[in-house]
Design a protein around this ligand. Sequence first.
Ligand SMILES: *Cc1c(COP(=O)(O)O)cnc(C)c1O
Length: 449
Amino acid sequence: MTSTTALPAYLLPETAVVGPTGALMVGGMSLLELADEFGTPAFIYDEAHLESKCRDAVAAFPDGAAYASKAFTCLAMARIAINAGMHLDVATAGEMYVALRAGADPKKLVMHGNNKSEFEIELALRVGIGKIVIDSFDEIARIERVFTDAASRTAKHFAQQYGLEDLDLDDLPDNVDCMIRLNAGIDAHTHEFIQTGQTDSKFGISLDGGHAQQAADLIKSSKRLNLIGAHGHVGSMIFESEPFAKEVERIAPFVLQNELKELCVGGGLGVPYVVGEYAPSFSDWARGVHGAVSASDLPSDVRITAEPGRSISAAAAITIYRVGTKKYIEGIRTYVAVDGGMSDNPRPILYGSGYEAFLPRAPFVERGLTVTVVGKHCESGDFVVVDGKVPDDIKVGDILATPVSGAYGHSMASNYNCVPRPPVIFVKGGRARVVVRRETLRDLVGRDA
Ligand SMILES: *Cc1c(COP(=O)(O)O)cnc(C)c1O
């Protein structure tokens, strides 16, 4: 008999199964045993799930699929994306550094950012970056300036100045391949903070009013910048193919007009977080995009590329917490407090995002009790799950888990209240490995004078 309040299996990582003791296992490891061994809270990632998502993305967009590092990155994650043949999107010097330390081919890095610094641009040029996605008129001038100002300085001097002796840096190249980040004026139906393709946005250069063409002409007149493509990114958590098709329709004339070789549709494919949500697969997404490309007049040699982030890593991870207190307020609600919160997952407080909760000791039982799962931080808005369903017998000491917490959790984690950030544990084939260790109390004063 299936109950209506049980956790649906489709929210769990690919290798999740119920083990011999009845507890949930991922990658052949019991979540309860992982909690005992590594402590809580902890991010548990199904490595096979990450690998298969990366492979699916490359299969769906064979001309180029770039993993958007900001969703979740560390050396181990970047290596999975690299080994699957993905390119990597990096939006800061830090994300570039992680990608390079993981062994990324610099030619497969795409540099984003609406306010790249001169340092970041010089670093990109000296590592031999594949592409820079130009976001503004100021940036065109800034890249030109870096080419001039940094020409006389040696790579060694630059490395010493910034403590980057561990990177393979070179003299400045003669020129760099660029794309233009276009604002195609598309309102996707998503949270306004994660919507980026509408006209009123800090991102990109507007297609309207001739701005984009003016930028293209400026770039084309530069000896340093090779304009090779156009880029759009509608936003995040998009649950249908239609906004992507509309984006292709709007950008295609610009690609044609400027005889560009690449059209990148960005990322933003949604993932289901809670019961009742469904999202297109990578192949559905690609079919929608390629359909719109076919309907346009684009020549067949224009590369169609994409940049999935969340859709690679979100469902790969489960965060495990331990329940510390329970408080019943007559006629109002029951609070269940866990040992993490907004410091490991700020999405609920930032966007009002919803999650499911379950107890790994009994993953698929009826969840008859409605509770608000909160963290341990000194904020009333420190929610983990608002009105979450849990089994009636939930008790202090239980391990509580939130699925689909593999994107924008670890990467947005903070030390609020001086709480050390949780470890990242990869599980696969009955083995667990710590790929990012838990922060220590000592780490918290590691940068202090
Ligand atoms: C954030 C971002 C992505 C990835 O978005 P997801 O919603 O995680 O898929 C891709 N490209 C750009 C330019 C982005 O800013």
